[in-house]
Design a protein around this ligand. Sequence first.
Ligand code: F6R
Length: 604
Amino acid sequence: MCGIIGYTGDKKASDIIIQGLKYLEYRGYDSSGVAVLNDGVIKVAKKEGRIVNLERHLEEYPLEGHLAIGHTRWATHGRPSDDNAHPFISFHTRFAVVHNGIIENYLEIKEELMAEGVVFRSQTDSEVVAHLVEFMDKGDTKRAILDAVAKLKGAFALGIICVDSPDVIYAVKKDNPLIVGVTDNEGFICSDINSLQKFLSEVIVLDNDQMAVVGRGKAEVFSFDGIPVKKERIKLTAEEENALSDYECFMDKEMSEIPSALRRAIKFYREEKCFSKIDKDYLKKIRRINIVGCGTALHAGLYGEKLLNKFIPDVDVHSEMASEFRYDDVKVDENTLTITISQSGETADTLTCQRMVNARGGKTLTICNVPTSSMVHYADYALMICAGPEVAVASTKAFNCQELVFAMFVFDLALLRGTITPETYAHFCAEIDALPEKAEKALALREKISAYAARNFRRKSVFYLGRGMDYCVAMEGSLKLKEISYIHCEAYAAGELKHGTLALIEKDIMVVALVTQKNLIDKMYSSLAEVKTRGASLTVITPFADNPSLLDIADYIMEIPVTEEVLSPIISVIPTQLMSYYIARAKGCDIDKPRNLAKSVTVE
Ligand code: F6R
């Protein structure tokens, strides 16, 4: 959802910006730009489309200089174009600004500035910031920025440079992520911790309402009141190499990392005694659990809901997509726990819900992948999923790890509350230990699924079906397929199809069914017979590959390893991830950067 980066140092700044932007491109990729300060003049290059367009432009028209800011955009206000690309320059070209977020009161500010004769060159909300800062400037750059920021409403991470400060980048954070870091003779700002791994070994994570003045080898942090703030430096530990290596794309790489990510998550959860860090007395008292997330993270939450309902029957569980949760009159009291799930920990809808719950005095626990994220920072408790950097817009390994960590939490909670026996708990622990190897076996379906995709990638419409826990995986499989292949796809609880949607089933429609729960095979068979009778092509993902009914009805069977049923969604999702990947690949889609999307959605 827009990525920003800034550099000051001895190297050619525009080169560093391009390298950094490539790591940030997953945050938005409809235009990019760079502003370089050299000899008291700011020069800007901006290009619609992918970063490679900007890179080519800079090869032809290089920008010399050692201080620069850059931006990669996911359009909100103003269509993707060169003009609407960042950075924006102020009216007397003294300031350049890059912005991630939304300035809610930009129209009001724009009118005021236009009345003063300022001419705007874009349709964006962000341009107002550049002009406003210059308008506020009375000779003290830091003061001008703080005065301008005091007038802004909304969410913003800003990178600002000024002709008066040839070695300094100003970084401002409110509700959108921003990291700063320095080496002996360099300074960086960036939206994302992973993008700085190449350059830095430690970083400072800004909190809301903080500004940093970043120079060569030094960073000072201030509150929006201008008061200096002492900040801790966080060491960067690369869990996975976030370069592509020999893989075709990040989604391919990240699916291959599922087994190692699961191993790491299990080890971390146990060795760090993550569950014991949550207040036991509180956990025993909980009467209600809300689960909130978006997209893939929400689907992991729906799985968590099924587990909680099964193993902690005396707790009311309510799961909801974050964008709706905040409008519901959801109950939050001292015996309610709200669990937010998020890969990035920055998704605005989810973060807003977390804040809303905290503001009402409720406790929050986040299941998250990014330790330095806002969600981890502001939650009462955090369980890290340790999936390692996820760069592809389509989430894969994070989903498997979110499900895993949710399951481990539920088993611990059930043991604590006495709703499972120590023997059952030990059985689940052993089954959890077996998951990474089972994930490896499921990934061995690659070849079969690649051939399957070659035969099926022209399908116009696909339905994913499942019952019980399988329904959560059906939803995730369906989201993944439509997201990267642009094929129309829907997920249905298998029993619900006959109440209307069955009307859409005809010849050439592809139906993918998840059948991992033994007691549901017969019921699933009835639903599958209904679609088969209407001419659909049927693919079944199941560990019961020799079941005569399934063998009889399926056109394709994707066999997955037998897994403890309550854990099967962690494995059964893998063929759906592979199917999406190979189908999108067969269609020639840009897998890591699907159209209209961005990885980290930091606007509501
Ligand atoms: C789909 C996908 C999205 C995210 C959603 C929430 O593949 O990645 O649906 O799951 O935008 O993002 P996080 O988990 O970062 O809160």
